[in-house]
Design a protein around this ligand. Structure first.
Ligand SMILES: Cc1cc2nc3c(=O)[nH]c(=O)nc-3n(C[C@H](O)[C@H](O)[C@H](O)COP(=O)(O)OP(=O)(O)OC[C@H]3O[C@@H](n4cnc5c(N)ncnc54)[C@H](O)[C@@H]3O)c2cc1C
Length: 387
């Protein structure tokens, strides 16, 4: 596996173990039939429980059965899962960073005790409802409302593009609390079997096909006030979850790019034209050299991010830079790998075009490339250019 400047030489034994476990899982459980799942638009059945059993959900948190592994170990896990498929990494990211993290960081003791153990094992599946049909890049303009009525909240509105909503047991729904001054955004734990909740599946995807995506309809859904995440108010709630998930995406994209590179390198050694392997032609070597360089510089960035995160110095803008750079990098490398595979490259028999299609989603979700550009622009100049 490409590790050109020997970053993995510095891993400790736990980090190696997690990397190897995830790599083996991807080889045994994902690679054999991910092409079929991608074609059919299905997520492998029973995989959430298997991933839970292997400790793939939020292992960087500690307590409630979670081991508190290093941020490097967590990143390596995301990298290996996305080398399999972005849909598999997305499932783990959403469960860990977007559902378990907000409950862990902002939940009551009762909420943590109720949800974290079963989300950790995959016995329960969660989803994260922020995006709405009319509000994607600008979630602060959300229209979903929660109105207090006695000791209950009544939620109404709709969310869309929600990973795993059709198979989720619980949704972390972000809504404006219209009973409080200035209607702050609050997080609500909504069980999906509640009256008034619907979770239609979105079928027409050409990207991230081995991942379930859906809507969340909320039609006067009554939930007890104990289901509000008590310890956060305002957009910092959802945004801090997104920082966690984007950190994992920056690592994951490197895995997808690496898988494209390894596929192209192997193909270039085997495939002969004009009497020799295509890897013997300068044009193909230039492509491999460029891919290896881009992947290596992206790896360096996420390893540095892990150190900053570990010592509490990671800023959301650092994560924006890495998400923006590494996903664009992976999107570009997937296309180059695909072209090196010639006609075979357009099939599901090889991974690059699947990764290429997936990267269109990864480029767009969790803050589009453009939005991360604006975040960096604001950080670098002090002037916001969003509006
Ligand atoms: C497969 C998939 C899974 C997803 N999973 C989830 C999930 O689990 N939970 C969730 O809440 N959401 C999820 N999303 C939604 C995702 O986060 C949004 O699609 C994303 O935030 C972009 O919003 P939008 O699609 O409405 O695009 P828009 O915000 O409408 O953007 C359209 C275009 O305009 C550009 N643009 C917008 N504003 C500006 C600006 N100020 N300046 C310059 N350009 C701008 C954008 O960069 C983009 O190119 C998912 C999306 C997909 C595709």
């Amino acid at each position: 596996m490409l590790d050109y400047v020997a970053l993995e030489a510095d891993l400790d034994s736990e980090e190696r173990m997690i990397r190897d476990t995830a790599r083996e899982f991807v080889d045994d459980r994902i690679r054999p039939d991910i092409g079929t799942h991608f074609e059919e638009g299905t997520f492998p059945e029973g995989l959430m429980a298997e991933m839970g059993e292997l400790g793939f959900f939020a292992p960087n948190l500690e307590g409630y059965g979670l081991p508190g592994v290093s941020e490097t170990a967590y990143g390596l896990l995301m990298q290996e899962l996305e080398a399999g498929d972005s849909g598999i990494r997305s499932a783990a990211s959403v469960q860990g960073a977007l559902v378990m993290y907000p409950i862990y960081a902002f939940g009551s003791d009762e909420q943590k005790e109720e949800w974290l153990p079963k989300l950790g094992t995959g016995e329960a599946v969660g989803c994260f409802g922020l995006t709405e049909p009319e509000h994607g890049s600008d979630p602060a303009s959300m229209e979903t409302r929660a109105e207090k009525d006695g000791d209950e909240y009544v939620l109404s509105g709709s969310k869309t593009w929600i990973t795993n909503s059709p198979v989720a047991d619980v949704a972390v729904v972000w809504a404006r609390d219209t009973s409080a001054d200035e209607s702050p955004v609050r997080g609500f734990l909504v069980e999906t079997d509640h009256d008034g909740v619907s979770t239609n599946k979105i079928d027409e995807k050409l990207s991230m096909r081995a991942s379930i995506t859906g809507e969340i309809g909320l039609s006067d859904v009554r939930i007890p006030e104990e289901n509000v995440l008590p310890n956060v108010s305002g957009m910092k709630g959802p945004l801090s979850c997104l920082t966690q998930a984007r950190y994992g995406i920056a690592w994951g994209a490197v895995g997808a790019a690496r898988d494209c590179f390894e596929t192209a390198r192997a193909y270039a050694s085997d495939r002969e034209q004009f009497g020799k392997p295509i890897g013997g032609f300068q044009i193909q070597q230039q492509k491999l050299a460029e891919m290896a360089t881009q992947i290596t510089t992206s790896q360096l960035l996420v390893h540095r991010l892990a150190d900053l995160k570990e010592r509490g110095d990671l800023r959301p803008q650092h994560v924006s830079m890495a998400k923006r750079n590494n996903v664009r990098m992976a999107r570009d490398q997937a296309r180059i790998a695909r072209e090196m595979l010639g006609g075979n490259g357009i099939t599901t028999d090889y991974s690059p075009m699947r990764h290429m299609a997936n990267m269109e989603t990864v480029y767009t979700y969790e803050g589009t490339h453009d939005i991360h550009t604006l975040i960096l622009g604001q950080d670098l100049t002090g002037i916001a250019a969003f509006e």
